[in-house]
Structure formats: structure tokens, C-alpha cells
Design a protein around this ligand. Sequence first.
Ligand code: SF4
Length: 61
Amino acid sequence: MKQVKIIEEKCILCGQCEAIAPEVFKIDDTPKVIMDKIPENLEEKVQEAIDACPTTAIEWE
Ligand code: SF4
């Protein structure tokens, strides 16, 4: 299973990723990935969040 990370310095806390994949991303004062390994059925959603992030702060590891 793949892992995903948020580059905190690039994140502007817009909440887009959480809106798309709340199972994976939690954005409060800091951005967090709350799921260690991404199951295959969520990969597409995570990719959608990566594509939607305005500052390209999300990356696959
Ligand atoms: S979409 Fe990108 S900038 Fe917005 S909260 Fe998520 S990681 Fe941060």
C-alpha cells in the first residue's frame, strides 16, 4: 500500500484535501495525514486531492 504526505511548509490550510478525502486528511491548525497506508480503494480519491491542492503540498511517498 502506498503512503502519502503533506509538505507542511507548502500547505496553506485551505481544507480542499480534507473535503475530498476526509478519511485521509485532517486540516486544523496543522495539516495531517491520518491514515498510515492508503488502501487501494482510496488511491483515486487521494490522487484527486493531490491534483486539487492549490500549492502542490501533497505527494506520494
Ligand atoms: S489542499 Fe493542499 S494546501 Fe489545502 S489543506 Fe490540503 S495540503 Fe494544504
